[in-house]
Design a protein around this ligand. Sequence first.
Ligand SMILES: Cc1ncc(COP(=O)(O)O)c(C=O)c1O
Length: 638
Amino acid sequence: MNIRQIQEARELYGIDGWGAGYFGINDQGHVVANPTGEEHISVSLPEVMEEVRKKGLTAPLIIRFPQIIEGQLERMHSSFKNAIADNNFKGRHMGVFPFKVNQRREFIDAIVSAGRKVDYGLEVGSKTEFIAALGYKLQDNALMVCNGFKDAEFIEMGFIAKAMGKNVVMVVEGPDELQMIIDRAAHYKECPEIGLRVRLYSKGSGKWEKSSGAQSKFGLTTTEVIHALQMLEKANLKDKLAMLHFHIGSQITEIKRFKGALKEAARVYSKVIKIGFTPRYLNIGGGVGVDYDGSKTSFESSANYSLQEFANDAVYVLMEVCDNEAVPHPTIVTESGRVIAAYHSVVVTNIREVQGADVNIDADDILDLEHIDPTAHKALNELRYIVTSMNRKNYVEYYHDSIVYQEELFTLFNLGYLQLKDRAVAEELYYRICRKALYFSGFERHIQEEFENLQKVMVSKYLANFSIFQSIPDSWSINQLFPVMPLSRHDEKPSLKATIVDITCDSDGCLTTFIDRSDTKTVLELHPPSDSPYYIGFFLVGAYQESLANEHNLFGAIHEAEVHANQEGEWEITKITQGDPIDELLVSRNYDMTEITDAYSNQLNDAVAAGKMTEQSRNEIYDKLVQYTKGYPYLVEG
Ligand SMILES: Cc1ncc(COP(=O)(O)O)c(C=O)c1O
């Protein structure tokens, strides 16, 4: 046990900051999850991987902790409960989970089951999500909020949901939608309750700032709100207006943006009441930020407030405005997704190889790198000399010389004057010179820019067995940062500086920016490969990543394992879901598997007829091909 090193690892990867009490490192140097947020109930992630291997599954894999979903729902609800009690606020809090944040069935099942205790409901933004949501039996009180642009079918489904006894609110995004509701109301016994999405002037902050403000594509302008109110009055449906809604964007990094929006929305709410309507829900949307880098700042990968601070401010601001306007306090509806979902899952994968470090082949066994060879080209011998005689005083000059020799040798090779082995010697020597130069540059108080740049080029590339496009698409599309770290060996100093590349055939499939509490960093400290599997975890990936995942290169959904821990600290894998097999991915792209296997069969028959193979090997090959069509598209061990 190397407690000092373990503490250093905690700081290096910032796990105590972003882990939010759900993740840490134990005394064995293993990353652990604390699914209930209690320190004594911990699950070693390397042990989960071992258990999963015994069940015949290989990385990549999502480990899900439904207890963390429950924990986050409770944290959200109790933060509001505390704030409501402290302020003597007269309304209550009701949460709905936005389906789009993670539509996986396993996830929504967990939300619905955890939500029963606190009347949590669902928010949907499309007909598909609505169809799925209608299948869930929520608590009678729990809300079903329908956002998003709607057609006649979507509106009709709202009436059906009402007839089924759901507490449904159709949030109107434009006057046409309201007209469709009004037209149908005459034909149904009961009309669903109606909400208006209001376009606020107040803007969010961070990457999703465009979702709000006067130029946003969402919500009704003030004139449209007044028009909608007149339409409701004329249709005799005034009492159906139950909700006003706003959402200023996801991952709001600064609490003051919320406060501004809440003040504005509370005024709109009060004024609507004052002109004779009776909305009782103020839906303040989602947007609560996740502190991905653990810095607790307004940096785009962080948030400068806690859940409790958010709830306190929401309750306080709403109360202040409502009291000032002398209108009743509303029920506060939250639609937070990211902060509820992000923590519950970890993508784990294994490293298949390390490129660029002196780890794969011992070049000294193959090449003579040391001895000056009088028959070799002068530039090669110069490189040999530089490697052995570089020191702290001459490293800059020698490094510059080596660039010239290296380029000279490269030209000679292209002109046909050097053998392949000479090229290999030149490559290897130059690589060693760069490493040595970097080593000496590390002693300088201010590292020269050229060595900083060299550092970026010289990092080891860790080939991770997964697809960034499938498992963390936001890192590719919007440069979102997620905490990344090895799952074990934290009692050992990580000696290599690395970037991560995935197994897709795409140069965008790489990670070259990593979280850091005071900045971001371009390298991740990792351990050199050993004989045991080296697992890397990508954390806080439970929100949006699975919904946005794309099957670039036809790498599909990865295997999943659900883990539960009990009060005695024992844990078990309660559910395994297999990832997408190759044939399903092909079918999803319109391939017909029977046609494909028939084509294999015909081609093999032709080969037998031409005497190129026996009947027996034809059958063996055919069976193998069919077996491969059912395989896992990722790199399997062995
Ligand atoms: C209308 C609406 N509600 C709720 C959310 C969830 O936001 P978040 O996941 O940031 O809490 C979104 C997502 O941006 C949204 O568009």
